[in-house]
Design a protein around this ligand. Sequence first.
Ligand code: ADP
Ligand code: MG
Length: 322
Amino acid sequence: ENLSNQIAAGEVIERPASVVKELVENSIDAGASRIRVDFVDSGLKQIVVQDNGSGIAKDQIDLAFTRHATSKINNEHDLFNVATLGFRGEALASIAAVAHIEILTNTANGIGSRAVFSGGSKLTQEDGASAQGTKITVKDLFFNTPARLKYLRSPRTEMVKIVDIINRIALGYPQIALTLSNKGKVLLRTPGNGKLPQTVATVYGRHIAEKMVAIKNDDSDFQVAGLISKPELTRSTRNFISILLNGRYIRNFKLATAVMDGYGSKLTAKHYPIAIISIKVDPLLVDVNVHPTKQEVRLSKEKELGRLITSAVSAALIDKGQ
Ligand code: ADP
Ligand code: MG
């Protein structure tokens, strides 16, 4: 069983940033309003994610670490109507297969638990009082799968990937107070007050936030809202165009292009805007079950959405006399 968990881990957990992403998404699904992430040595030595979410009941901990067991999907209908970030029940089992994990968790009216998993099996579990929420410590990632370590990039690059994923989650959830620190040194702290411009200011800096304009557009299927940079503020890559579909950061070349199309000739070659595009859509129109990392999705009416985004962008730039 641990072998198949290790194989699954290879798909979901490619690098330290994947651990950070999966754990923080679990915290969001658990309804947390505050999430702290700390990492040591680009995440290979230690990653800690602490939230004030629902917590896990004492008798549900084993299930949480069992592959394909999820509390988020109960039937086939749910699978086509995914309203949570997680639904595959793979992350905790996959991480536990390739690292040491300690979990401290408590529900609103529980007594609290502490459990330790290593290389796929549970070593201990005991009662232990703690505040409501969950704190997961992941140590020595890939200690038993040395081949994985060889695929990692430099410590610097792995750290940038952690920062990048947290930045995008922060932009997708301005109502959550997120703190990212490296060995206690704070790298990002968002206000968690629901205000996107203030969140952008903490992620990209105030000088950037001041050069962003709001966009908004709806049709019967989609609600598009967000912030885009004025044409004079550009970057040399597309990486600063973040598309968030029901809060989930997705990679979608066509939708990123739709953002750029809205600038028309205001954008010169090899210049790319900064944009945060939040899309709300009925989950029934989205198939997130395409890839284990869930960053690629299949979207009904993608063309319509693209046009909606393009016209939202061009209207906002005309409004502001850009
Ligand atoms: P999935 O998110 O796809 O359900 P995971 O392996 O990521 O699968 O998590 C397994 C289960 O553990 C979740 O369905 C949830 O019930 C529980 N869980 C994980 N992390 C947390 C958390 N931070 N707070 C509350 N419950 C959690
Ligand atoms: Mg999950």
